[in-house]
Design a protein around this ligand. Structure first.
Ligand SMILES: N[C@@H](CCC(=O)N[C@@H](CS)C(=O)NCC(=O)O)C(=O)O
Length: 203
């Protein structure tokens, strides 16, 4: 049994989507967090070190996992049956790990810098400018329906749900390719089930 520490309309909603895709046994533990306007406070019941969501606890052994790429990897390794996360020995494992990490370490900082209108210091920052990130992503999606080609994976759960929210703004120009990609992902039955349970789309 997986406990997902969750708050509606946040990044944790996409883990309801992933858990639904995986057919994993889970329960939601709704917690309070700080909000962007400075209101709210971390919930002492939330095991995330910074009081953020998502975090999960695996009730089988008490393991706590935080940070979205780590949670995605943990869950797809633990529940491998439907192939949403390429396993060790799969030729796509390397690409899977790279994209999960790229999402957290490159895409998110690039989008945040772009939102804040701060230029990425080349040669110093560990990520790349948003235009390069979007170019790379568009090129990946030109080769197949999903980031890993023809195979839907947990990488798409992270990336497509982000595009669903922000595409069309200056940091994520809308392209027919990205629009079709988002539609393909959010039309999955697990997404509708998850949004009904999560109390709102990821933000
Ligand atoms: N790097 C974290 C980010 C998590 C995060 O910032 N979550 C937001 C909600 S979308 C949050 O909990 N904010 C409350 C806070 O910053 O205290 C991840 O990808 O899991």
């Amino acid at each position: 049994m997986i406990t997902l520490f969750h708050k509606p309309n946040t990044r944790s909603a996409r883990f309801v989507f992933l858990l639904e895709e995986l057919g994993a046994p889970y329960r939601l533990h709704e917690v309070a967090t700080r909000s962007g306007d400075g209101s709210g406070a971390p919930d002492p019941a939330n095991p995330h070190p910074h009081g953020k969501v998502p975090a999960i606890r695996d009730e089988d052994d008490g393991s706590v996992v935080f940070e979205s790429p780590a949670i995605a990897l943990y869950l797809t390794d633990k529940f491998p049956a439907n192939g949403i996360g390429p396993q060790v020995g799969d030729r796509q494992r390397g690409a899977y790990l790279s994209w999960l990490t790229y999402y957290g370490s490159v895409m998110e900082p690039a989008w945040t810098m772009s939102f804040l209108k701060i230029e990425t210091p080349r040669g110093m920052a560990g990520w790349a400018p948003v235009a390069e990130v979007m170019d790379f992503t568009n090129r990946a999606l030109s080769a197949g329906d999903y980031i890993l080609g023809e195979r839907f994976s947990a990488v798409d759960v992270l990336i497509a749900t982000t595009f669903a929210m922000f595409m069309g703004g200056p940091m994520m120009p809308k392209t027919p390719l990205l629009e079709a990609y988002v539609k393909r992902v959010v039309e999955r039955p697990a997404y509708a089930r998850a949004m009904a349970k999560a109390g709102g789309q990821p933000k």
